[in-house]
Design a protein around this ligand. Structure first.
Ligand SMILES: NC(=O)c1ccc[n+]([C@@H]2O[C@H](COP(=O)([O-])OP(=O)(O)OC[C@H]3O[C@@H](n4cnc5c(N)ncnc54)[C@H](OP(=O)(O)O)[C@@H]3O)[C@@H](O)[C@H]2O)c1
Length: 328
């Protein structure tokens, strides 16, 4: 089969399309004929060698995709060849075939969705759901401030927060992409944090109160300033660091405002301490998808040979929602 391979770690130019052996299903596995795979910021970090989960080279990147089940191993219940699915792998999705070792965590491709849309659902939806529901307990009437709202995990968070009955203030660095956040995801208010002081904007929009929940995949100065945009008793979700690195949060502000700081590890928390919450992913995420909540917006599509361009589109902040690699 053809696959995108990282023979060494580095910038996106290290990625090459190569012929590699097609995977066979072991007991309990399924092999999926991949239609499309979603591109995520962690893919860039994995190939660069800076992600928390280190990969041995050579490896095939890509952590999510959608396609058709090709082969089913012994002991697999509930799935058969021909089923259309959304799947996760750690890693291996940027290939014509992917071996999925946790078929119990797959979901059926929702009715009416293309594989391209399905490829962009799982990671962003899980991250938004774990953050806003499991961690922050977002409620109707909360003001939710979503940073990096035009990115993958950001756009899903806007959609889910609206579904939960929150008022959403969405930030981003580009007016045109922010407009899509309003049209596709229904954000109530938009703030361009490159041209506007978002702390002042949030205060003004909330009558001086601030945001009840802050969802931050950007980090750096954005997270540091967010403490000042928080309402008393707010929940601050630390989701990622696309701006380049961690931040220093002033502990006196955390105390004075009675803030709760929540680290988000969408996969890890469930693996380590709360397996029962994993059932939500299997049951709730397909239901939300069927209702059209968090339906992905795909702004960029690339063939396998264009994988480096796909990575650069994320690095250059061009993507709205998701970029995908198409295998077929
Ligand atoms: N905690 C978890 O469980 C979990 C799960 C999945 C992903 N993540 C993390 O969440 C973050 C976002 O992932 P994603 O796949 O959604 O990424 P993405 O689609 O590229 O979106 C990230 C957004 O960050 C903003 N941004 C601000 N400064 C940036 C910079 N210097 N370079 C690039 N983007 C910048 C961009 O919006 P503007 O241009 O509008 O500012 C961009 O749209 C990553 O750090 C990822 O590792 C965490």
């Amino acid at each position: 089969m053809r696959a995108v391979v990282a023979d060494r770690l580095g910038d996106p130019s290290v990625l090459q399309v190569k012929e590699v052996p097609t995977p066979e299903p072991g007991p309990g596995d399924v092999v999926v004929r991949v239609g499309a795979a979603g591109v995520n910021f962690p893919d860039i970090l994995s190939v660069a060698g800076t992600y928390q989960h280190k990969q041995e080279v050579p490896f095939i990147p890509g952590i999510e995709g959608a396609g058709t089940i090709h082969a089913v191993g012994n002991d697999v219940r509930g799935w058969k060849p021909g089923d259309k699915v959304i799947f996760g792998v750690r890693p291996g999705a940027f290939a014509e075939y992917a071996r999925v070792t946790r078929p119990d965590a797959m979901m059926r491709l929702p009715e009416g969705w293309s594989e391209i849309e399905g490829a962009g659902y799982r990671v962003a939806a899980r991250t938004a759901y774990h953050s806003l529901v499991h961690r922050a307990g977002t409620r109707k009437g909360d003001v939710v401030l979503v940073h990096g709202a035009s990115g993958g995990v950001g756009l899903s968070a806007v959609q889910l927060a609206k579904h939960l009955g929150a008022r959403v203030i969405a930030t981003g660095g580009d007016d045109t992409r922010l407009d899509i956040v309003k049209r596709h995801a229904g954000a109530d208010d938009l703030v361009n944090y490159r041209t506007t002081d978002f702390v002042a904007a949030v205060k003004e929009l909330t009558g001086g109160k601030g945001a009840d929940v802050i969802y931050d995949p950007v980090g750096g100065e954005v997270l540091e300033k967010s403490v000042r945009a928080a309402a008393y008793g707010a929940r601050l979700l630390i989701v990622g660091f696309t701006s380049g690195g961690p931040s220093k949060i002033m502990s006196n502000h955390v105390l004075i405002k009675g803030l709760t700081i929540l680290g988000v590890r969408a996969g890890e928390t469930i693996a380590r301490i709360a397996p029962e919450l994993g059932l939500d992913y299997v049951k709730v995420l397909p239901r939300l998808a069927a209702q059209g909540v968090m339906r992905p917006h795909i702004s960029h599509r690339f063939p396998m040979e264009g994988v480096a361009d796909a990575f650069r589109a994320l690095i250059d902040r061009q993507v709205v929602g998701k970029a995908v690699i198409e295998m077929i």
